[in-house]
Design a protein around this ligand. Structure first.
Ligand code: GDP
Ligand code: MG
Length: 447
Protein backbone atom coordinates (compact mmCIF):
# COMPACT_ATOMS: atom_id res chain seq x y z
CA UNK A 1 0.00 0.00 0.00
CA UNK A 2 0.99 3.61 -0.31
CA UNK A 3 1.22 3.89 3.45
CA UNK A 4 3.87 1.17 3.57
CA UNK A 5 5.82 2.59 0.68
CA UNK A 6 5.72 6.12 1.96
CA UNK A 7 6.67 5.17 5.49
CA UNK A 8 9.66 3.30 4.08
CA UNK A 9 10.67 6.42 2.20
CA UNK A 10 9.96 8.57 5.21
CA UNK A 11 12.45 6.44 7.12
CA UNK A 12 15.19 6.83 4.54
CA UNK A 13 14.68 10.58 4.62
CA UNK A 14 15.18 10.84 8.35
CA UNK A 15 17.91 13.24 9.35
CA UNK A 16 17.65 15.51 6.31
CA UNK A 17 16.87 19.09 7.19
CA UNK A 18 14.97 20.27 4.15
CA UNK A 19 13.13 19.08 1.12
CA UNK A 20 15.34 18.96 -1.93
CA UNK A 21 15.01 18.05 -5.59
CA UNK A 22 16.57 14.69 -4.70
CA UNK A 23 14.39 13.53 -1.89
CA UNK A 24 11.22 14.89 -3.48
CA UNK A 25 11.76 12.87 -6.66
CA UNK A 26 11.31 9.39 -5.26
CA UNK A 27 8.45 10.45 -3.06
CA UNK A 28 6.60 11.96 -6.02
CA UNK A 29 6.95 8.71 -7.93
CA UNK A 30 5.08 6.95 -5.14
CA UNK A 31 2.40 9.62 -4.92
CA UNK A 32 1.92 9.45 -8.68
CA UNK A 33 1.44 5.67 -8.47
CA UNK A 34 -1.02 6.07 -5.64
CA UNK A 35 -3.09 8.61 -7.55
CA UNK A 36 -3.16 6.44 -10.65
CA UNK A 37 -4.16 3.44 -8.56
CA UNK A 38 -6.96 5.54 -7.09
CA UNK A 39 -8.07 6.13 -10.69
CA UNK A 40 -7.21 9.78 -10.99
CA UNK A 41 -6.88 10.64 -14.69
CA UNK A 42 -3.31 10.93 -15.98
CA UNK A 43 -3.28 14.60 -17.04
CA UNK A 44 -4.79 15.52 -13.70
CA UNK A 45 -2.07 13.56 -11.90
CA UNK A 46 0.65 15.37 -13.86
CA UNK A 47 -0.70 18.81 -12.99
CA UNK A 48 -1.07 17.84 -9.40
CA UNK A 49 2.48 16.51 -9.01
CA UNK A 50 3.89 19.67 -10.56
CA UNK A 51 2.01 21.84 -8.08
CA UNK A 52 3.07 19.77 -5.08
CA UNK A 53 6.71 19.83 -6.14
CA UNK A 54 6.67 23.57 -6.43
CA UNK A 55 5.13 23.95 -2.98
CA UNK A 56 7.36 21.39 -1.29
CA UNK A 57 10.79 22.37 -2.57
CA UNK A 58 12.77 24.29 -0.01
CA UNK A 59 10.27 23.75 2.78
CA UNK A 60 11.91 23.74 6.17
CA UNK A 61 11.50 20.65 8.25
CA UNK A 62 10.38 21.69 11.71
CA UNK A 63 10.22 20.15 15.14
CA UNK A 64 10.23 16.41 15.31
CA UNK A 65 9.14 15.94 11.71
CA UNK A 66 11.34 14.63 8.95
CA UNK A 67 11.20 15.58 5.26
CA UNK A 68 9.08 12.56 4.39
CA UNK A 69 6.39 13.52 6.84
CA UNK A 70 6.42 17.14 5.75
CA UNK A 71 6.03 16.02 2.15
CA UNK A 72 3.10 13.78 3.00
CA UNK A 73 1.43 16.71 4.63
CA UNK A 74 2.05 18.97 1.61
CA UNK A 75 0.56 16.31 -0.67
CA UNK A 76 -2.45 15.91 1.54
CA UNK A 77 -3.09 19.63 1.84
CA UNK A 78 -2.82 20.18 -1.90
CA UNK A 79 -5.12 17.26 -2.53
CA UNK A 80 -7.75 18.66 -0.19
CA UNK A 81 -7.35 22.16 -1.65
CA UNK A 82 -7.77 20.83 -5.19
CA UNK A 83 -11.00 19.10 -4.26
CA UNK A 84 -12.24 22.27 -2.60
CA UNK A 85 -11.85 23.38 0.95
CA UNK A 86 -14.77 24.12 3.20
CA UNK A 87 -18.27 22.88 2.60
CA UNK A 88 -20.45 23.94 -0.28
CA UNK A 89 -24.12 23.40 0.46
CA UNK A 90 -26.89 23.69 -2.09
CA UNK A 91 -27.50 27.22 -3.28
CA UNK A 92 -31.19 28.17 -3.06
CA UNK A 93 -30.71 31.83 -3.78
CA UNK A 94 -33.43 32.32 -6.35
CA UNK A 95 -36.98 33.43 -6.77
CA UNK A 96 -38.94 30.36 -5.57
CA UNK A 97 -39.14 27.73 -6.72
CA UNK A 98 -35.37 27.32 -6.77
CA UNK A 99 -34.82 24.78 -9.53
CA UNK A 100 -32.17 22.08 -9.26
CA UNK A 101 -31.35 20.19 -12.46
CA UNK A 102 -29.77 16.74 -12.20
CA UNK A 103 -27.40 15.71 -14.99
CA UNK A 104 -25.20 12.69 -15.58
CA UNK A 105 -24.82 9.31 -17.27
CA UNK A 106 -27.36 6.54 -16.90
CA UNK A 107 -26.79 4.61 -13.70
CA UNK A 108 -24.75 7.40 -12.12
CA UNK A 109 -27.33 7.73 -9.37
CA UNK A 110 -29.39 10.77 -10.45
CA UNK A 111 -32.78 9.43 -9.42
CA UNK A 112 -31.53 8.05 -6.12
CA UNK A 113 -29.72 11.32 -5.38
CA UNK A 114 -32.83 13.35 -6.24
CA UNK A 115 -34.67 11.52 -3.47
CA UNK A 116 -31.77 11.95 -1.04
CA UNK A 117 -31.50 15.65 -1.82
CA UNK A 118 -35.22 16.13 -1.31
CA UNK A 119 -34.87 14.61 2.14
CA UNK A 120 -31.81 16.73 2.89
CA UNK A 121 -33.56 19.95 1.88
CA UNK A 122 -36.67 19.10 3.89
CA UNK A 123 -34.82 18.11 7.04
CA UNK A 124 -31.78 20.36 7.06
CA UNK A 125 -33.11 23.42 5.25
CA UNK A 126 -36.81 23.14 6.16
CA UNK A 127 -37.92 23.54 2.55
CA UNK A 128 -41.09 22.53 0.73
CA UNK A 129 -39.84 20.30 -2.06
CA UNK A 130 -41.36 19.09 -5.34
CA UNK A 131 -39.74 16.52 -7.63
CA UNK A 132 -40.40 15.71 -11.28
CA UNK A 133 -38.95 13.24 -13.75
CA UNK A 134 -38.09 14.29 -17.29
CA UNK A 135 -36.87 10.76 -18.05
CA UNK A 136 -39.48 9.80 -20.63
CA UNK A 137 -37.50 6.94 -22.14
CA UNK A 138 -37.94 4.44 -19.34
CA UNK A 139 -41.38 4.24 -17.66
CA UNK A 140 -39.71 2.55 -14.67
CA UNK A 141 -37.57 5.64 -14.13
CA UNK A 142 -40.62 7.79 -13.43
CA UNK A 143 -41.97 5.20 -10.99
CA UNK A 144 -38.58 5.03 -9.30
CA UNK A 145 -38.59 8.78 -8.69
CA UNK A 146 -42.13 8.58 -7.35
CA UNK A 147 -41.00 5.96 -4.86
CA UNK A 148 -37.91 7.76 -3.55
CA UNK A 149 -39.84 11.02 -3.34
CA UNK A 150 -42.36 9.31 -1.09
CA UNK A 151 -39.54 7.98 1.11
CA UNK A 152 -38.13 11.50 1.34
CA UNK A 153 -41.45 12.95 2.39
CA UNK A 154 -41.54 15.33 -0.58
CA UNK A 155 -44.22 15.79 -3.23
CA UNK A 156 -43.93 14.17 -6.66
CA UNK A 157 -45.24 15.86 -9.82
CA UNK A 158 -46.59 13.25 -12.27
CA UNK A 159 -45.14 12.95 -15.75
CA UNK A 160 -45.63 10.37 -18.50
CA UNK A 161 -43.50 8.65 -21.14
CA UNK A 162 -45.47 10.20 -24.03
CA UNK A 163 -44.75 13.77 -22.94
CA UNK A 164 -41.90 15.98 -24.10
CA UNK A 165 -39.31 16.81 -21.41
CA UNK A 166 -39.69 20.48 -22.28
CA UNK A 167 -43.45 20.38 -21.59
CA UNK A 168 -42.98 18.44 -18.37
CA UNK A 169 -40.56 21.11 -17.19
CA UNK A 170 -42.98 23.93 -17.90
CA UNK A 171 -45.91 22.16 -16.24
CA UNK A 172 -43.89 21.31 -13.13
CA UNK A 173 -42.53 24.79 -12.66
CA UNK A 174 -45.99 26.26 -13.08
CA UNK A 175 -47.41 23.87 -10.49
CA UNK A 176 -44.53 24.59 -8.08
CA UNK A 177 -45.13 28.32 -8.40
CA UNK A 178 -48.84 28.09 -7.80
CA UNK A 179 -48.39 25.84 -4.76
CA UNK A 180 -45.58 27.82 -3.19
CA UNK A 181 -42.85 25.22 -3.34
CA UNK A 182 -39.41 26.43 -2.30
CA UNK A 183 -37.54 23.93 -4.43
CA UNK A 184 -38.17 21.96 -7.63
CA UNK A 185 -35.83 19.01 -8.24
CA UNK A 186 -35.74 17.91 -11.88
CA UNK A 187 -34.50 14.39 -12.59
CA UNK A 188 -33.43 13.76 -16.18
CA UNK A 189 -32.88 10.90 -18.60
CA UNK A 190 -29.68 8.93 -18.30
CA UNK A 191 -27.29 8.62 -21.14
CA UNK A 192 -25.34 5.43 -21.56
CA UNK A 193 -22.63 7.37 -23.26
CA UNK A 194 -22.31 10.91 -24.48
CA UNK A 195 -25.06 11.24 -27.05
CA UNK A 196 -25.65 14.48 -29.00
CA UNK A 197 -29.47 14.27 -29.06
CA UNK A 198 -29.67 13.78 -25.31
CA UNK A 199 -27.16 16.56 -24.70
CA UNK A 200 -29.30 18.88 -26.80
CA UNK A 201 -32.32 17.85 -24.76
CA UNK A 202 -30.74 18.64 -21.41
CA UNK A 203 -29.43 21.95 -22.77
CA UNK A 204 -32.98 22.81 -23.72
CA UNK A 205 -34.21 21.82 -20.26
CA UNK A 206 -31.58 24.08 -18.77
CA UNK A 207 -32.70 27.02 -20.88
CA UNK A 208 -36.35 26.39 -20.03
CA UNK A 209 -35.89 25.98 -16.29
CA UNK A 210 -33.10 28.46 -15.58
CA UNK A 211 -31.93 26.36 -12.61
CA UNK A 212 -30.02 27.87 -9.71
CA UNK A 213 -28.10 24.59 -9.39
CA UNK A 214 -27.07 22.26 -12.19
CA UNK A 215 -25.61 19.22 -10.48
CA UNK A 216 -23.40 16.76 -12.27
CA UNK A 217 -23.95 13.34 -10.72
CA UNK A 218 -21.01 11.00 -11.20
CA UNK A 219 -20.25 7.47 -10.07
CA UNK A 220 -17.03 7.28 -8.02
CA UNK A 221 -16.44 3.80 -9.45
CA UNK A 222 -16.23 5.22 -12.96
CA UNK A 223 -12.53 5.86 -12.54
CA UNK A 224 -10.52 7.02 -15.54
CA UNK A 225 -13.64 7.44 -17.72
CA UNK A 226 -15.00 10.11 -15.41
CA UNK A 227 -12.75 12.66 -17.04
CA UNK A 228 -14.38 12.29 -20.49
CA UNK A 229 -17.90 12.33 -19.10
CA UNK A 230 -17.10 15.39 -17.05
CA UNK A 231 -15.64 17.18 -20.08
CA UNK A 232 -18.73 16.51 -22.17
CA UNK A 233 -21.14 17.69 -19.48
CA UNK A 234 -19.10 20.76 -18.71
CA UNK A 235 -19.14 21.74 -22.38
CA UNK A 236 -22.90 21.25 -22.60
CA UNK A 237 -23.99 22.86 -19.33
CA UNK A 238 -22.87 25.49 -16.81
CA UNK A 239 -22.38 23.06 -13.93
CA UNK A 240 -22.66 24.51 -10.43
CA UNK A 241 -21.84 21.44 -8.38
CA UNK A 242 -20.91 17.78 -8.32
CA UNK A 243 -22.39 14.83 -6.48
CA UNK A 244 -20.02 11.90 -6.20
CA UNK A 245 -22.04 8.70 -5.72
CA UNK A 246 -21.22 5.16 -4.58
CA UNK A 247 -18.40 6.19 -2.30
CA UNK A 248 -19.46 3.27 -0.11
CA UNK A 249 -17.95 1.00 -2.77
CA UNK A 250 -14.32 -0.02 -2.73
CA UNK A 251 -13.14 2.67 -5.11
CA UNK A 252 -10.49 4.99 -3.72
CA UNK A 253 -12.48 7.86 -5.16
CA UNK A 254 -9.83 9.35 -7.44
CA UNK A 255 -12.64 10.45 -9.75
CA UNK A 256 -13.26 13.29 -7.31
CA UNK A 257 -9.96 14.89 -8.17
CA UNK A 258 -10.38 14.46 -11.93
CA UNK A 259 -13.95 15.68 -12.06
CA UNK A 260 -13.28 18.66 -9.85
CA UNK A 261 -10.26 19.67 -11.89
CA UNK A 262 -12.04 19.29 -15.24
CA UNK A 263 -15.29 21.03 -14.34
CA UNK A 264 -14.03 23.54 -11.79
CA UNK A 265 -17.33 22.99 -9.96
CA UNK A 266 -17.34 22.23 -6.22
CA UNK A 267 -18.07 18.72 -5.04
CA UNK A 268 -21.10 19.28 -2.86
CA UNK A 269 -22.23 15.84 -1.77
CA UNK A 270 -21.12 12.25 -1.56
CA UNK A 271 -23.45 9.28 -1.94
CA UNK A 272 -22.69 6.64 0.67
CA UNK A 273 -25.42 4.02 0.28
CA UNK A 274 -28.39 3.02 -1.83
CA UNK A 275 -30.73 4.19 0.91
CA UNK A 276 -32.57 7.48 1.11
CA UNK A 277 -30.34 8.81 3.90
CA UNK A 278 -27.08 7.83 2.19
CA UNK A 279 -25.98 11.36 1.35
CA UNK A 280 -23.20 13.28 3.07
CA UNK A 281 -21.82 16.75 2.66
CA UNK A 282 -18.52 16.20 0.87
CA UNK A 283 -15.46 16.47 3.09
CA UNK A 284 -12.38 17.20 0.96
CA UNK A 285 -9.95 16.70 3.82
CA UNK A 286 -11.22 13.24 4.64
CA UNK A 287 -11.42 12.32 0.99
CA UNK A 288 -7.78 13.28 0.47
CA UNK A 289 -6.87 10.74 3.13
CA UNK A 290 -8.95 8.11 1.37
CA UNK A 291 -7.27 8.70 -1.99
CA UNK A 292 -3.83 8.44 -0.44
CA UNK A 293 -4.97 5.59 1.80
CA UNK A 294 -3.24 7.05 4.82
CA UNK A 295 -5.62 9.15 6.85
CA UNK A 296 -4.16 8.55 10.30
CA UNK A 297 -0.57 9.42 9.61
CA UNK A 298 -1.61 12.57 7.85
CA UNK A 299 -3.75 13.66 10.80
CA UNK A 300 -0.83 13.13 13.16
CA UNK A 301 1.59 15.06 11.01
CA UNK A 302 -0.80 17.99 10.71
CA UNK A 303 -1.32 17.97 14.44
CA UNK A 304 2.38 18.11 15.15
CA UNK A 305 2.82 20.95 12.67
CA UNK A 306 -0.01 22.92 14.21
CA UNK A 307 1.32 22.57 17.71
CA UNK A 308 4.99 23.12 17.13
CA UNK A 309 6.05 26.69 17.51
CA UNK A 310 8.53 26.77 14.65
CA UNK A 311 10.61 29.57 16.02
CA UNK A 312 10.86 28.10 19.49
CA UNK A 313 11.84 24.73 18.06
CA UNK A 314 14.57 26.29 15.96
CA UNK A 315 15.89 28.33 18.88
CA UNK A 316 16.07 25.22 20.95
CA UNK A 317 17.92 23.36 18.23
CA UNK A 318 20.39 26.25 17.95
CA UNK A 319 20.94 26.25 21.67
CA UNK A 320 21.67 22.57 21.78
CA UNK A 321 24.06 22.83 18.87
CA UNK A 322 25.92 25.75 20.44
CA UNK A 323 26.27 23.69 23.59
CA UNK A 324 24.64 26.22 25.88
CA UNK A 325 22.33 23.50 27.09
CA UNK A 326 18.73 22.78 27.73
CA UNK A 327 17.30 24.78 30.62
CA UNK A 328 14.05 24.82 32.55
CA UNK A 329 12.60 27.46 30.22
CA UNK A 330 12.91 24.96 27.41
CA UNK A 331 11.33 22.34 29.61
CA UNK A 332 8.38 24.66 30.19
CA UNK A 333 8.17 25.45 26.46
CA UNK A 334 8.07 21.73 25.60
CA UNK A 335 5.22 21.20 28.03
CA UNK A 336 3.16 24.03 26.59
CA UNK A 337 3.78 22.70 23.08
CA UNK A 338 2.38 19.37 24.12
CA UNK A 339 -0.65 21.10 25.59
CA UNK A 340 -1.24 22.96 22.32
CA UNK A 341 -1.38 19.62 20.57
CA UNK A 342 -4.21 18.50 22.78
CA UNK A 343 -2.15 16.76 25.43
CA UNK A 344 -0.55 13.37 25.58
CA UNK A 345 -3.59 11.18 25.21
CA UNK A 346 -4.84 12.87 22.06
CA UNK A 347 -1.41 12.43 20.49
CA UNK A 348 -1.16 8.82 21.57
CA UNK A 349 -4.58 8.18 20.03
CA UNK A 350 -3.30 9.29 16.68
CA UNK A 351 -0.23 7.12 16.65
CA UNK A 352 -0.49 3.90 14.66
CA UNK A 353 -1.52 1.10 17.03
CA UNK A 354 1.69 -0.87 16.45
CA UNK A 355 3.59 2.03 17.98
CA UNK A 356 1.44 2.44 21.07
CA UNK A 357 1.12 -1.30 21.66
CA UNK A 358 4.86 -1.53 22.14
CA UNK A 359 4.80 1.23 24.72
CA UNK A 360 2.30 -0.79 26.73
CA UNK A 361 -0.80 0.94 28.05
CA UNK A 362 0.51 3.99 29.91
CA UNK A 363 -1.74 5.69 32.41
CA UNK A 364 -2.64 8.75 30.40
CA UNK A 365 -4.72 10.49 33.02
CA UNK A 366 -1.86 10.29 35.45
CA UNK A 367 0.60 11.50 32.84
CA UNK A 368 -1.63 14.50 32.09
CA UNK A 369 -1.97 15.31 35.78
CA UNK A 370 1.80 15.09 36.23
CA UNK A 371 2.30 17.39 33.30
CA UNK A 372 -0.04 20.00 34.77
CA UNK A 373 1.71 19.79 38.11
CA UNK A 374 5.10 20.23 36.46
CA UNK A 375 3.86 23.26 34.62
CA UNK A 376 2.66 24.78 37.88
CA UNK A 377 6.03 24.22 39.51
CA UNK A 378 7.94 25.68 36.58
CA UNK A 379 5.71 28.74 36.61
CA UNK A 380 6.40 29.27 40.29
CA UNK A 381 10.11 29.63 39.57
CA UNK A 382 11.73 32.92 38.70
CA UNK A 383 12.98 33.38 35.16
CA UNK A 384 16.50 33.34 36.49
CA UNK A 385 15.98 30.00 38.21
CA UNK A 386 14.63 28.51 35.03
CA UNK A 387 17.55 29.83 33.08
CA UNK A 388 20.03 28.63 35.67
CA UNK A 389 18.68 25.39 37.15
CA UNK A 390 21.93 24.90 39.05
CA UNK A 391 20.65 27.50 41.54
CA UNK A 392 18.13 24.87 42.60
CA UNK A 393 20.35 21.84 42.38
CA UNK A 394 23.55 22.91 44.07
CA UNK A 395 23.19 26.59 44.90
CA UNK A 396 23.67 27.77 48.50
CA UNK A 397 20.09 28.88 48.97
CA UNK A 398 18.57 25.90 47.13
CA UNK A 399 16.53 24.73 50.12
CA UNK A 400 14.78 28.06 50.66
CA UNK A 401 14.26 28.50 46.94
CA UNK A 402 12.63 25.08 46.66
CA UNK A 403 10.44 25.80 49.66
CA UNK A 404 9.26 29.05 48.08
CA UNK A 405 8.52 27.32 44.78
CA UNK A 406 6.62 24.45 46.44
CA UNK A 407 4.46 26.91 48.36
CA UNK A 408 3.85 28.99 45.24
CA UNK A 409 2.77 25.96 43.19
CA UNK A 410 0.84 24.38 46.07
CA UNK A 411 2.87 21.15 46.04
CA UNK A 412 5.30 19.30 48.30
CA UNK A 413 9.06 19.81 48.23
CA UNK A 414 9.38 16.19 46.98
CA UNK A 415 7.39 17.18 43.90
CA UNK A 416 9.87 19.93 43.14
CA UNK A 417 12.73 17.49 43.65
CA UNK A 418 11.11 14.95 41.36
CA UNK A 419 10.77 17.54 38.62
CA UNK A 420 14.41 18.53 38.98
CA UNK A 421 15.40 14.88 38.70
CA UNK A 422 13.32 14.42 35.59
CA UNK A 423 14.80 17.55 34.15
CA UNK A 424 18.27 16.27 34.89
CA UNK A 425 17.56 13.02 33.02
CA UNK A 426 16.01 14.87 30.17
CA UNK A 427 18.93 17.19 29.85
CA UNK A 428 21.14 14.17 29.34
CA UNK A 429 18.75 12.78 26.77
CA UNK A 430 18.46 16.05 24.86
CA UNK A 431 22.21 16.29 24.62
CA UNK A 432 22.27 12.86 23.03
CA UNK A 433 19.52 13.65 20.56
CA UNK A 434 20.78 17.07 19.53
CA UNK A 435 17.45 18.25 18.26
CA UNK A 436 13.74 18.65 18.89
CA UNK A 437 13.00 15.02 19.65
CA UNK A 438 9.56 15.91 20.90
CA UNK A 439 8.03 12.55 20.13
CA UNK A 440 10.74 10.59 21.90
CA UNK A 441 10.47 12.78 24.92
CA UNK A 442 6.73 12.41 25.05
CA UNK A 443 6.90 8.66 24.85
CA UNK A 444 9.32 8.66 27.72
CA UNK A 445 7.10 10.90 29.78
CA UNK A 446 3.96 8.91 28.95
CA UNK A 447 5.45 5.51 29.58
P1 GDP B 1 -29.65 7.13 -12.63
O1 GDP B 1 -29.75 6.26 -13.84
O2 GDP B 1 -28.57 8.13 -12.77
O3 GDP B 1 -30.94 7.74 -12.24
O4 GDP B 1 -29.19 6.18 -11.42
P2 GDP B 1 -30.05 5.56 -10.25
O5 GDP B 1 -30.40 6.59 -9.25
O6 GDP B 1 -31.18 4.76 -10.81
O7 GDP B 1 -28.97 4.61 -9.56
C1 GDP B 1 -28.38 3.51 -10.25
C2 GDP B 1 -28.01 2.44 -9.23
O8 GDP B 1 -27.01 2.93 -8.35
C3 GDP B 1 -29.17 2.05 -8.34
O9 GDP B 1 -29.11 0.65 -8.12
C4 GDP B 1 -28.92 2.78 -7.06
O10 GDP B 1 -29.45 2.12 -5.94
C5 GDP B 1 -27.42 2.80 -7.01
N1 GDP B 1 -26.88 3.94 -6.25
C6 GDP B 1 -27.07 5.25 -6.42
N2 GDP B 1 -26.35 5.99 -5.54
C7 GDP B 1 -25.67 5.10 -4.77
C8 GDP B 1 -24.74 5.23 -3.69
O11 GDP B 1 -24.36 6.31 -3.25
N3 GDP B 1 -24.26 4.07 -3.17
C9 GDP B 1 -24.62 2.85 -3.64
N4 GDP B 1 -24.09 1.77 -3.08
N5 GDP B 1 -25.47 2.70 -4.67
C10 GDP B 1 -26.01 3.81 -5.23
MG1 MG C 1 -32.75 7.72 -13.22
Amino acid sequence: TLTDRLSRLVKTMRGQARITEDNVQEMMREVRMALLEADVALPVVRDFIARVKEKALGQEVVGSLNPGQVLVSVVNKELAATMGEGVADINLNAQPPAVILMAGLQGAGKTTTTGKLAKHLIEKRKKKVLTVSADVYRPAAIEQLKMVTKQAGAEWFPSEPNQKPHDIALAAIDYARRHYFDVLLVDTAGRLAIDEALMAEIRDLHATLNPVETLFVVDAMQGQDAINTAKAFKEALPLTGIVLTKLDGDSRGGAALSVRQITGAPIKFAGTSEKIDGLEVFDAQRHAGRILGMGDIVALVEEVQKGVDVEAAQKLAEKLKSGSGFDLNDFLAQISQMKKMGGLSSLMDKLPTQMTAKAGQPDMDKAERDMKRMEGILNAMTAKERRQPSLLMDGKSKASRKRRIATGAGVQIQDVNRLLNQFDQMQGMMKKMKGGGLMKMMKRMGG
